[in-house]
Design a protein around this ligand. Structure first.
Ligand code: UDP
Length: 329
């Protein structure tokens, strides 16, 4: 089976490519390297550089190349940036998906797995969140991902394509080899930012709000290991290959940890004191996001294997300690 991985030079994409290559799939990574890194492209995959919004480029990459399916990670994913620069998100995420769907139809590729997000729900009505719960995004990032899901649904009905949308909760951790990991510039995610302190790049971690209605006042999130996400993508492609119908799945561990608990875990794992300071709330942050992933377990046969918080943070530390500058040599 031959799979095009769009955005395969990014964080979750690179881990998924490793998983696919390991399972014997033929893989081509398509990436514009705007936020991805050539060093993150697995040796066992072909690499094609280009931007998915460029339909001529996409045609040259996808038509007649024998792809059975697409896995689509090529999108912008920073909540804060999406609030200050919404049109970048509509252009890249929605615009990229329009171009992709049109070229997939021309190329006769009828299966796609793509990255969605817990941000499609906004402030949840209840936790754990189920896939059928209300979607009311509180930022343009979540809004564009929800628009993409709807586009794939309608395009699927009209053109016979099938899709799986995977709504990730908080992706973190790194490959066990320590060769692939999270590298964003600037970094905005909690785990890599905490680990900048023991890496000597930051004095203290700022906690964004300690007056939420949670057990210690800090926000609760469902942290999921990137290797388990990579596994879910492979299972989703196999599900579509076996004739599975279009569907949406949450991916999380179903367990919530507060920001303080994640900092405590990093102190245990690194042996560093990691000072903390309390800062104002970050706009758009829901108090509590926890997934019900019962559907992914039942339908896809997904079984996350790295749910232990210290294991997740430990794998991230192994990567950041050995790559303090990310993929830069
Ligand atoms: N957070 C924090 N300090 C930071 C970065 C994040 O307190 O320097 C908090 C943030 O407010 C949220 C949680 O950590 O409650 C996870 O944030 P992240 O940006 O990693 O993921 P998100 O939940 O926004 O997708």
């Amino acid at each position: 089976m031959k799979i095009a991985v769009l955005g395969g030079a990014g964080y979750i994409g690179s881990h998924t490519v490793k998983e696919l290559v390991g399972r014997g799939y033929e893989v081509a990574v398509i990436d514009n390297l705007q936020t991805g890194f050539i060093e993150a492209v697995h040796d066992g995959a072909e690499f094609i550089k280009g931007d998915i919004r460029d339909k001529e480029f996409l045609r040259s990459a996808l038509i007649g190349a024998g792809f059975d399916a697409v896995i689509h990670f090529a999108a912008c994913s920073l909540v804060g940036e999406s609030v200050t620069n919404p049109m970048k998100y509509y252009n890249n995420n929605v615009g990229g998906a329009i171009s992709l769907i049109e070229v997939m139809i021309e190329a006769g590729i009828d299966k796609i797995v793509f990255s969605s997000t817990a941000a499609t729900y906004g402030e949840p009505e209840r936790v754990p969140i189920l896939e059928d719960d209300r979607t009311c995004p509180t930022n343009p990032y979540g809004e564009t991902k929800l628009a993409m899901e709807k586009m794939f649904r309608w395009a699927g009905e009209a053109h016979g394509m099938r899709f799986v949308s995977l709504r990730y909760f908080n992706a973190c951790g790194a490959d066990e080899s320590g060769d692939f990991g999270e590298a964003h510039n600037p970094e905005s995610h909690l785990v890599p930012i905490i680990l900048q302190v023991p890496n000597g790049k930051r004095e203290a971690i700022s906690i964004f709000g300690d007056d939420y209605d949670t057990k210690d006042g800090t926000c609760v999130r469902d942290y999921i290991h990137v290797t388990d996400l990579a596994d879910a993508h492979t299972l989703a492609v196999e599900y579509l290959q076996k004739g599975g119908k279009s569907d949406i799945f949450n991916l999380g561990n179903g367990v919530g940890f507060t920001v303080r608990e994640v900092i405590e875990s990093a102190r245990r794992v690194t042996g560093h004191a990691i000072p903390e300071v309390i800062s104002p709330r970050r706009p758009g942050d829901p108090a509590k996001l926890i997934a019900s992933s019962e559907k992914a377990r039942r339908v896809l046969g997904w079984n996350p294997k790295h749910a232990d918080l210290d294991e997740i943070v430990g794998s991230a530390w192994k990567w950041h300690k050995s790559h303090p500058e990310g993929y830069k040599k």
